[in-house]
Design a protein around this ligand. Structure first.
Ligand SMILES: C[S@@+](CC[C@H](N)C(=O)[O-])C[C@H]1O[C@@H](n2cnc3c(N)ncnc32)[C@H](O)[C@@H]1O
Length: 204
């Protein structure tokens, strides 16, 4: 099954609260985004946002430009519908992040549980080049993936696990680490999942 079909199928057959990555309050992501943003509430993109409530919180926090990208049009449509009138304040994009050519410029790029699905090195290279094209110097990359020793699969798909060293190896010298930590997510069925979270600043 190709990537698009896989994710469309997930969002067409499962409710938003039963998927393993569901969290009623995306506090970890929002805290890291607000820390990186400081006083400035500029342009932020949630890559692979799915049906996350992060977009709601970003609008509440006063970001001037909020974009949500996902490979699944069903996920984007459901989130858009949930937001009602507020949906018009968001830029919605349906795209495969391992293939998209241009997304515009952002001050903050957030990715929770998407990068770890990119197991092909050429696709990861594409992701990193797109990240650099989209994030000017001074911009922040905030990423959450399964940690070393955490789950080996998600949604039936193989993933790559990361820690501070392996994520830095993907990012190279253009990104400086600001904060790296591990975080325990509990799935709706009560299973603990160890995540790695990193905030990086683009420095060249
Ligand atoms: C595990 S879910 C996480 C969703 C959301 N970030 C959250 O924390 O609730 C992974 C999301 O990434 C999307 N996705 C997977 N591969 C993608 C790709 N190559 N390009 C864009 N989105 C992708 C899926 O449709 C899904 O919404």
């Amino acid at each position: 099954m190709d990537r698009i079909t896989h994710w469309e199928n997930v969002y067409q057959t499962k409710s938003s609260t039963e998927v393993s990555w569901y969290e009623p309050d995306p506090k970890q992501s929002l805290d890291l985004i607000l820390e990186a943003a400081g006083e400035k509430r500029g342009r932020v993109i949630d890559v692979g946002g799915g049906q996350s409530f992060l977009v709601d919180r970003l609008l509440d926090s006063g970001f001037k430009q909020v974009a949500v990208l996902d490979i699944s049009s069903a996920a984007i449509e459901a989130t858009r519908t949930r937001l009602g009138e507020r949906a018009s304040r968001v830029k919605w994009m349906v795209a495969d992040i391992a293939q998209a050519e241009s997304l515009g410029e952002f001050d903050i790029w957030h990715d929770r549980a998407v990068f770890h699905f990119i197991t092909d090195p050429d696709d990861r290279k594409h992701y990193m080049e797109l990240l650099k094209r989209s994030l000017p110097i001074g911009g922040h990359f905030i990423v959450g993936t399964f940690a070393k020793g955490g789950p080996e699969k998600c949604s039936g798909l193989t993933i790559c696990q990361y820690d501070a060293a392996t994520m830095q190896a993907e990012l190279g010298s253009s990104f400086e680490p600001i904060e790296c930590s591990e975080y325990l997510h509990t799935t709706p069925t009560g299973k603990p999942q160890q995540f790695f979270f990193g905030t990086y600043k683009r420095i060249d």
